[in-house]
Design a protein around this ligand. Structure first.
Ligand SMILES: [Zn+2]
Ligand SMILES: [Zn+2]
Length: 407
Protein backbone atom coordinates (compact mmCIF):
# COMPACT_ATOMS: atom_id res chain seq x y z
CA UNK A 1 0.00 0.00 0.00
CA UNK A 2 1.30 3.44 -0.96
CA UNK A 3 -0.04 6.69 0.49
CA UNK A 4 0.36 9.78 -1.67
CA UNK A 5 -0.18 12.84 0.48
CA UNK A 6 -0.21 16.63 0.35
CA UNK A 7 -1.02 16.74 -3.38
CA UNK A 8 -3.91 18.35 -5.19
CA UNK A 9 -6.79 17.58 -5.48
CA UNK A 10 -6.59 15.17 -2.53
CA UNK A 11 -4.50 12.42 -0.94
CA UNK A 12 -4.59 9.01 -2.59
CA UNK A 13 -4.08 5.48 -1.41
CA UNK A 14 -2.78 2.84 -3.79
CA UNK A 15 -4.13 -0.38 -2.35
CA UNK A 16 -2.32 -2.93 -4.48
CA UNK A 17 -3.55 -2.35 -8.03
CA UNK A 18 -6.65 -0.47 -6.83
CA UNK A 19 -7.02 3.24 -6.14
CA UNK A 20 -8.68 4.50 -2.95
CA UNK A 21 -9.33 7.92 -1.56
CA UNK A 22 -7.02 8.22 1.41
CA UNK A 23 -9.38 8.06 4.34
CA UNK A 24 -9.42 5.37 6.93
CA UNK A 25 -6.77 2.74 6.37
CA UNK A 26 -4.06 5.20 5.27
CA UNK A 27 -2.12 4.43 8.43
CA UNK A 28 -1.56 0.93 7.07
CA UNK A 29 0.46 2.19 4.10
CA UNK A 30 3.96 0.70 3.87
CA UNK A 31 5.23 3.64 1.86
CA UNK A 32 4.38 7.33 1.93
CA UNK A 33 5.11 9.74 -0.89
CA UNK A 34 5.12 13.40 0.08
CA UNK A 35 3.66 15.10 -2.99
CA UNK A 36 3.62 18.68 -1.76
CA UNK A 37 3.29 21.11 -4.66
CA UNK A 38 2.35 18.33 -7.09
CA UNK A 39 -0.92 17.65 -8.87
CA UNK A 40 -2.22 14.09 -8.98
CA UNK A 41 -3.87 13.15 -12.27
CA UNK A 42 -4.92 9.79 -13.64
CA UNK A 43 -1.99 8.00 -15.28
CA UNK A 44 -1.68 9.62 -18.72
CA UNK A 45 -2.90 7.64 -21.73
CA UNK A 46 -1.32 8.03 -25.19
CA UNK A 47 -3.59 6.39 -27.73
CA UNK A 48 -1.22 6.66 -30.69
CA UNK A 49 2.41 5.49 -30.56
CA UNK A 50 4.70 3.42 -32.78
CA UNK A 51 7.10 0.97 -31.18
CA UNK A 52 8.95 -1.02 -33.80
CA UNK A 53 8.99 -4.47 -32.24
CA UNK A 54 8.82 -7.05 -33.68
CA UNK A 55 11.01 -6.39 -36.68
CA UNK A 56 12.78 -3.06 -36.17
CA UNK A 57 14.14 -3.31 -32.64
CA UNK A 58 17.00 -1.02 -33.68
CA UNK A 59 14.46 1.84 -33.74
CA UNK A 60 12.48 1.01 -30.59
CA UNK A 61 11.44 -2.02 -28.59
CA UNK A 62 8.30 -2.43 -26.54
CA UNK A 63 10.53 -2.21 -23.44
CA UNK A 64 12.30 1.03 -24.45
CA UNK A 65 8.98 2.49 -25.62
CA UNK A 66 7.29 1.55 -22.35
CA UNK A 67 10.16 3.17 -20.42
CA UNK A 68 9.91 6.33 -22.53
CA UNK A 69 6.20 6.42 -21.74
CA UNK A 70 6.88 6.33 -17.99
CA UNK A 71 9.51 9.05 -18.31
CA UNK A 72 6.89 11.21 -20.00
CA UNK A 73 4.18 10.50 -17.40
CA UNK A 74 2.21 8.00 -19.51
CA UNK A 75 1.00 4.82 -17.80
CA UNK A 76 -0.86 3.43 -20.80
CA UNK A 77 -0.17 3.58 -24.52
CA UNK A 78 -1.79 2.04 -27.58
CA UNK A 79 0.76 0.84 -30.09
CA UNK A 80 -0.06 0.93 -33.78
CA UNK A 81 0.08 -2.21 -35.91
CA UNK A 82 2.78 -1.15 -38.39
CA UNK A 83 5.79 -2.67 -36.65
CA UNK A 84 8.33 -4.69 -38.66
CA UNK A 85 5.97 -7.65 -38.46
CA UNK A 86 2.50 -6.20 -38.88
CA UNK A 87 0.12 -6.87 -35.98
CA UNK A 88 -2.70 -8.25 -38.11
CA UNK A 89 -3.67 -11.40 -36.19
CA UNK A 90 -4.25 -12.65 -32.65
CA UNK A 91 -0.63 -13.81 -32.36
CA UNK A 92 0.55 -10.25 -32.92
CA UNK A 93 -1.79 -8.92 -30.24
CA UNK A 94 -0.71 -11.54 -27.69
CA UNK A 95 2.94 -10.80 -28.50
CA UNK A 96 2.54 -7.11 -27.64
CA UNK A 97 0.79 -7.98 -24.38
CA UNK A 98 3.49 -10.48 -23.35
CA UNK A 99 6.30 -8.03 -24.14
CA UNK A 100 4.46 -5.30 -22.23
CA UNK A 101 4.18 -7.47 -19.11
CA UNK A 102 7.84 -8.44 -19.41
CA UNK A 103 8.93 -4.79 -19.75
CA UNK A 104 7.13 -3.72 -16.58
CA UNK A 105 6.83 -0.09 -17.67
CA UNK A 106 3.65 1.45 -18.99
CA UNK A 107 0.74 -0.75 -20.04
CA UNK A 108 1.10 -1.31 -23.77
CA UNK A 109 -2.18 -2.05 -25.55
CA UNK A 110 -2.23 -3.45 -29.07
CA UNK A 111 -4.03 -1.88 -32.00
CA UNK A 112 -4.74 -4.50 -34.64
CA UNK A 113 -4.39 -3.83 -38.35
CA UNK A 114 -7.57 -3.26 -40.35
CA UNK A 115 -6.23 -5.02 -43.44
CA UNK A 116 -3.87 -7.95 -43.81
CA UNK A 117 -0.29 -6.72 -44.00
CA UNK A 118 -1.61 -3.14 -44.12
CA UNK A 119 -2.02 -3.73 -47.83
CA UNK A 120 -5.49 -2.23 -48.02
CA UNK A 121 -6.81 -5.23 -49.94
CA UNK A 122 -8.36 -7.71 -47.55
CA UNK A 123 -9.76 -7.27 -44.04
CA UNK A 124 -7.66 -8.77 -41.25
CA UNK A 125 -9.28 -11.03 -38.64
CA UNK A 126 -10.78 -8.27 -36.54
CA UNK A 127 -12.87 -10.62 -34.40
CA UNK A 128 -9.95 -12.81 -33.38
CA UNK A 129 -7.78 -9.78 -32.62
CA UNK A 130 -10.61 -8.27 -30.60
CA UNK A 131 -11.00 -11.49 -28.60
CA UNK A 132 -7.24 -11.49 -27.96
CA UNK A 133 -7.47 -7.97 -26.52
CA UNK A 134 -6.86 -5.50 -29.36
CA UNK A 135 -8.30 -2.17 -28.20
CA UNK A 136 -8.90 -0.71 -31.68
CA UNK A 137 -8.08 -1.26 -35.34
CA UNK A 138 -5.92 0.85 -37.60
CA UNK A 139 -3.77 0.73 -40.71
CA UNK A 140 -2.06 3.90 -39.46
CA UNK A 141 0.91 4.84 -41.57
CA UNK A 142 -1.18 3.82 -44.56
CA UNK A 143 -4.48 5.30 -45.68
CA UNK A 144 -7.39 3.00 -46.47
CA UNK A 145 -8.21 4.41 -49.88
CA UNK A 146 -10.75 1.72 -50.77
CA UNK A 147 -14.06 3.10 -49.46
CA UNK A 148 -15.84 -0.25 -49.66
CA UNK A 149 -13.17 -1.79 -47.44
CA UNK A 150 -13.45 1.08 -44.96
CA UNK A 151 -17.21 0.62 -44.91
CA UNK A 152 -16.86 -3.06 -44.07
CA UNK A 153 -14.19 -2.35 -41.45
CA UNK A 154 -16.59 0.03 -39.70
CA UNK A 155 -19.41 -2.53 -39.89
CA UNK A 156 -17.26 -5.27 -38.35
CA UNK A 157 -15.56 -3.17 -35.70
CA UNK A 158 -18.99 -1.98 -34.57
CA UNK A 159 -19.86 -5.58 -33.64
CA UNK A 160 -16.87 -5.61 -31.27
CA UNK A 161 -17.55 -2.06 -30.02
CA UNK A 162 -14.07 -0.94 -31.01
CA UNK A 163 -13.12 2.11 -33.05
CA UNK A 164 -11.31 2.34 -36.36
CA UNK A 165 -8.42 4.79 -35.94
CA UNK A 166 -8.26 6.47 -39.33
CA UNK A 167 -5.12 7.86 -40.92
CA UNK A 168 -6.91 10.25 -43.28
CA UNK A 169 -4.88 10.95 -46.40
CA UNK A 170 -5.98 10.96 -50.01
CA UNK A 171 -2.71 9.56 -51.28
CA UNK A 172 -3.44 10.51 -54.89
CA UNK A 173 -3.03 14.11 -53.71
CA UNK A 174 0.05 13.60 -51.54
CA UNK A 175 2.45 11.62 -53.71
CA UNK A 176 6.08 12.18 -52.66
CA UNK A 177 5.10 15.06 -50.40
CA UNK A 178 7.78 16.52 -48.16
CA UNK A 179 5.76 19.19 -46.37
CA UNK A 180 2.53 21.18 -46.22
CA UNK A 181 1.36 22.60 -49.55
CA UNK A 182 1.33 26.39 -49.42
CA UNK A 183 3.45 29.50 -49.90
CA UNK A 184 6.36 28.00 -47.92
CA UNK A 185 6.53 24.81 -50.01
CA UNK A 186 6.33 26.90 -53.18
CA UNK A 187 9.22 29.06 -52.00
CA UNK A 188 11.36 26.09 -50.94
CA UNK A 189 10.53 24.12 -54.08
CA UNK A 190 9.31 21.09 -52.10
CA UNK A 191 6.35 18.87 -52.89
CA UNK A 192 3.30 19.64 -50.80
CA UNK A 193 0.45 17.83 -49.07
CA UNK A 194 -2.67 20.02 -49.24
CA UNK A 195 -5.12 20.33 -46.32
CA UNK A 196 -7.85 19.05 -48.63
CA UNK A 197 -6.20 15.61 -48.88
CA UNK A 198 -6.74 15.11 -45.15
CA UNK A 199 -10.11 16.82 -44.78
CA UNK A 200 -11.68 15.04 -47.76
CA UNK A 201 -10.79 11.62 -46.36
CA UNK A 202 -11.97 12.61 -42.89
CA UNK A 203 -15.29 13.69 -44.43
CA UNK A 204 -15.58 10.36 -46.28
CA UNK A 205 -14.91 8.47 -43.06
CA UNK A 206 -17.51 10.49 -41.17
CA UNK A 207 -20.11 9.71 -43.83
CA UNK A 208 -19.17 6.03 -43.70
CA UNK A 209 -19.51 6.09 -39.91
CA UNK A 210 -22.97 7.61 -40.38
CA UNK A 211 -23.84 4.93 -42.92
CA UNK A 212 -22.68 2.02 -40.78
CA UNK A 213 -23.18 3.28 -37.23
CA UNK A 214 -19.52 2.42 -36.63
CA UNK A 215 -17.10 4.53 -34.61
CA UNK A 216 -14.40 6.31 -36.55
CA UNK A 217 -11.60 8.11 -34.75
CA UNK A 218 -9.66 10.62 -36.84
CA UNK A 219 -5.93 10.37 -36.09
CA UNK A 220 -3.56 13.35 -35.92
CA UNK A 221 -5.83 16.11 -37.21
CA UNK A 222 -3.56 18.74 -38.74
CA UNK A 223 -5.73 20.88 -41.03
CA UNK A 224 -8.28 23.47 -40.00
CA UNK A 225 -10.73 22.05 -42.55
CA UNK A 226 -10.57 18.68 -40.78
CA UNK A 227 -11.51 20.35 -37.49
CA UNK A 228 -14.58 21.75 -39.29
CA UNK A 229 -15.44 18.32 -40.71
CA UNK A 230 -15.30 16.69 -37.27
CA UNK A 231 -17.21 19.52 -35.58
CA UNK A 232 -20.03 19.28 -38.12
CA UNK A 233 -20.16 15.47 -37.97
CA UNK A 234 -20.40 15.54 -34.18
CA UNK A 235 -23.29 18.01 -34.39
CA UNK A 236 -25.05 15.54 -36.67
CA UNK A 237 -24.66 12.81 -34.08
CA UNK A 238 -22.14 10.78 -36.09
CA UNK A 239 -19.91 8.52 -33.98
CA UNK A 240 -16.66 10.33 -34.60
CA UNK A 241 -13.84 11.24 -32.24
CA UNK A 242 -10.51 12.87 -33.03
CA UNK A 243 -7.01 13.46 -31.75
CA UNK A 244 -4.30 16.04 -32.35
CA UNK A 245 -0.55 15.70 -31.88
CA UNK A 246 1.50 18.20 -29.84
CA UNK A 247 3.62 19.26 -32.83
CA UNK A 248 0.54 20.25 -34.82
CA UNK A 249 -0.62 22.35 -31.87
CA UNK A 250 2.65 24.27 -31.64
CA UNK A 251 4.74 24.31 -34.82
CA UNK A 252 4.18 25.50 -38.39
CA UNK A 253 5.64 24.77 -41.84
CA UNK A 254 7.86 27.85 -41.44
CA UNK A 255 10.17 25.62 -39.39
CA UNK A 256 11.22 23.84 -42.62
CA UNK A 257 13.04 26.81 -44.14
CA UNK A 258 16.38 25.18 -43.23
CA UNK A 259 15.32 21.79 -44.63
CA UNK A 260 15.68 20.02 -41.28
CA UNK A 261 14.29 16.50 -41.01
CA UNK A 262 13.19 16.93 -37.39
CA UNK A 263 10.25 18.90 -38.81
CA UNK A 264 9.22 16.23 -41.31
CA UNK A 265 6.24 14.12 -40.40
CA UNK A 266 2.95 12.82 -41.78
CA UNK A 267 0.66 14.72 -41.73
CA UNK A 268 3.00 17.68 -42.12
CA UNK A 269 3.25 20.80 -40.01
CA UNK A 270 0.72 23.32 -41.33
CA UNK A 271 0.20 27.07 -40.94
CA UNK A 272 -0.50 29.33 -37.96
CA UNK A 273 -4.20 29.43 -38.96
CA UNK A 274 -4.29 25.63 -38.71
CA UNK A 275 -2.51 25.66 -35.34
CA UNK A 276 -5.07 28.13 -34.00
CA UNK A 277 -8.02 26.13 -35.36
CA UNK A 278 -6.60 22.97 -33.76
CA UNK A 279 -6.19 24.64 -30.37
CA UNK A 280 -9.76 25.91 -30.64
CA UNK A 281 -10.85 22.37 -31.49
CA UNK A 282 -9.09 20.97 -28.44
CA UNK A 283 -10.57 23.64 -26.18
CA UNK A 284 -14.18 23.13 -27.35
CA UNK A 285 -13.82 19.34 -27.34
CA UNK A 286 -14.15 18.83 -31.11
CA UNK A 287 -10.73 17.23 -30.78
CA UNK A 288 -11.19 14.80 -27.92
CA UNK A 289 -7.68 13.53 -27.32
CA UNK A 290 -4.04 14.55 -27.55
CA UNK A 291 -1.69 11.80 -28.75
CA UNK A 292 2.03 11.94 -29.50
CA UNK A 293 2.23 9.83 -32.68
CA UNK A 294 5.64 8.84 -31.22
CA UNK A 295 7.48 7.50 -34.29
CA UNK A 296 11.13 6.61 -33.69
CA UNK A 297 13.64 6.14 -36.51
CA UNK A 298 17.39 5.56 -36.45
CA UNK A 299 19.63 8.63 -36.63
CA UNK A 300 21.12 7.36 -39.91
CA UNK A 301 17.67 7.30 -41.48
CA UNK A 302 16.60 10.68 -40.14
CA UNK A 303 19.91 12.33 -41.10
CA UNK A 304 19.36 11.74 -44.81
CA UNK A 305 18.36 14.66 -47.00
CA UNK A 306 14.84 15.90 -46.41
CA UNK A 307 13.16 14.28 -49.41
CA UNK A 308 14.67 10.86 -48.58
CA UNK A 309 14.32 10.74 -44.81
CA UNK A 310 11.33 8.96 -43.27
CA UNK A 311 8.40 10.82 -41.71
CA UNK A 312 8.07 10.96 -37.96
CA UNK A 313 9.47 12.27 -34.71
CA UNK A 314 9.37 10.95 -31.18
CA UNK A 315 7.08 12.50 -28.60
CA UNK A 316 6.37 10.44 -25.49
CA UNK A 317 8.89 12.25 -23.31
CA UNK A 318 7.96 15.78 -24.41
CA UNK A 319 4.17 15.68 -24.92
CA UNK A 320 3.18 16.69 -21.39
CA UNK A 321 5.66 19.57 -21.20
CA UNK A 322 4.79 20.82 -24.69
CA UNK A 323 1.04 20.72 -24.08
CA UNK A 324 1.27 22.40 -20.65
CA UNK A 325 3.47 25.09 -22.22
CA UNK A 326 0.87 25.95 -24.90
CA UNK A 327 -1.09 28.98 -23.83
CA UNK A 328 -4.79 28.72 -24.56
CA UNK A 329 -5.39 25.12 -23.53
CA UNK A 330 -6.67 25.06 -19.93
CA UNK A 331 -4.89 22.60 -17.64
CA UNK A 332 -8.05 20.57 -16.94
CA UNK A 333 -8.87 20.15 -20.66
CA UNK A 334 -5.26 19.25 -21.43
CA UNK A 335 -5.31 16.52 -18.79
CA UNK A 336 -8.73 15.27 -19.88
CA UNK A 337 -7.41 14.99 -23.46
CA UNK A 338 -4.54 12.82 -22.20
CA UNK A 339 -6.51 10.70 -19.70
CA UNK A 340 -10.30 10.31 -19.63
CA UNK A 341 -10.87 11.03 -23.33
CA UNK A 342 -8.47 8.45 -24.80
CA UNK A 343 -9.48 5.89 -22.14
CA UNK A 344 -13.12 6.37 -23.16
CA UNK A 345 -12.37 6.12 -26.90
CA UNK A 346 -10.41 2.89 -26.42
CA UNK A 347 -12.78 1.47 -23.80
CA UNK A 348 -10.02 1.13 -21.20
CA UNK A 349 -11.98 0.42 -18.03
CA UNK A 350 -10.41 1.71 -14.80
CA UNK A 351 -8.01 3.99 -16.73
CA UNK A 352 -8.12 7.76 -17.12
CA UNK A 353 -9.85 8.37 -13.79
CA UNK A 354 -9.01 8.91 -10.11
CA UNK A 355 -12.33 7.52 -8.92
CA UNK A 356 -12.47 5.18 -5.98
CA UNK A 357 -11.84 1.64 -7.25
CA UNK A 358 -10.06 2.71 -10.44
CA UNK A 359 -6.75 1.15 -11.47
CA UNK A 360 -3.87 2.46 -9.35
CA UNK A 361 -2.28 4.27 -12.31
CA UNK A 362 -1.35 7.77 -11.16
CA UNK A 363 0.88 10.53 -12.49
CA UNK A 364 2.11 13.26 -10.16
CA UNK A 365 2.75 16.41 -12.16
CA UNK A 366 4.97 19.28 -11.12
CA UNK A 367 3.22 22.05 -13.08
CA UNK A 368 5.96 24.57 -12.31
CA UNK A 369 9.00 22.45 -13.16
CA UNK A 370 11.05 24.24 -15.77
CA UNK A 371 13.30 21.98 -17.85
CA UNK A 372 15.24 21.89 -21.09
CA UNK A 373 14.72 19.10 -23.61
CA UNK A 374 17.86 16.98 -23.94
CA UNK A 375 17.47 14.09 -26.42
CA UNK A 376 20.59 12.37 -25.01
CA UNK A 377 18.64 11.77 -21.80
CA UNK A 378 15.67 10.10 -23.52
CA UNK A 379 14.70 6.55 -22.63
CA UNK A 380 13.45 6.13 -26.18
CA UNK A 381 15.92 4.85 -28.75
CA UNK A 382 14.73 7.66 -31.00
CA UNK A 383 16.54 10.99 -30.84
CA UNK A 384 14.76 13.01 -33.48
CA UNK A 385 12.71 15.70 -31.78
CA UNK A 386 11.83 19.23 -32.89
CA UNK A 387 12.00 20.34 -29.25
CA UNK A 388 15.74 19.87 -28.64
CA UNK A 389 17.01 22.62 -26.28
CA UNK A 390 13.49 23.99 -25.91
CA UNK A 391 12.54 25.18 -22.42
CA UNK A 392 9.30 23.64 -21.22
CA UNK A 393 7.24 24.14 -18.08
CA UNK A 394 5.52 21.17 -16.48
CA UNK A 395 6.76 17.65 -16.04
CA UNK A 396 5.83 14.28 -14.52
CA UNK A 397 7.53 14.00 -11.12
CA UNK A 398 6.40 10.49 -10.16
CA UNK A 399 4.52 7.75 -11.97
CA UNK A 400 2.68 4.74 -10.56
CA UNK A 401 1.41 1.82 -12.62
CA UNK A 402 -0.87 -0.79 -11.08
CA UNK A 403 0.12 0.38 -7.60
CA UNK A 404 3.86 0.16 -8.34
CA UNK A 405 6.09 3.21 -8.27
CA UNK A 406 7.86 3.34 -11.65
CA UNK A 407 9.58 6.71 -11.33
ZN1 LIG B 1 -0.84 8.29 -39.33
ZN1 LIG C 1 1.06 7.23 -36.44
Amino acid sequence: MILIKNCKPHDLLLDGAVLRKAGKGAEKAEQTVDAKGLVAVPGLVDMHVHFREPGREDKETIATGAAAAIAGGFTSVAVMANSGRVCDDAVGVVYVQAKSREAGGANVFAVGAVTKGLKGEELAELGKMSDAGAVAFSDDGMAITNSELMRRALEYSKMFRKPILAHCEDTALTKNFVMNEGPVSAKLGLRGYPNAAEAAMAARDCYLAALTGGHVHICHVSAKETVDVVRRAKKQGIRVTAEAAPHHLLLTDQTLVNYESKYKMNPPLRTQADVEALIEGVVDGTIDAIASDHAPHTSEEKEQELAACPNGIIGLETTLGVILSIKGIPFERAIDAMTAAPARILGLKGKGTLEEGADADVTLIDPKASWTVDPAAFKSKGRCTPYEKMKLTGRAAHVFVGGRQCS
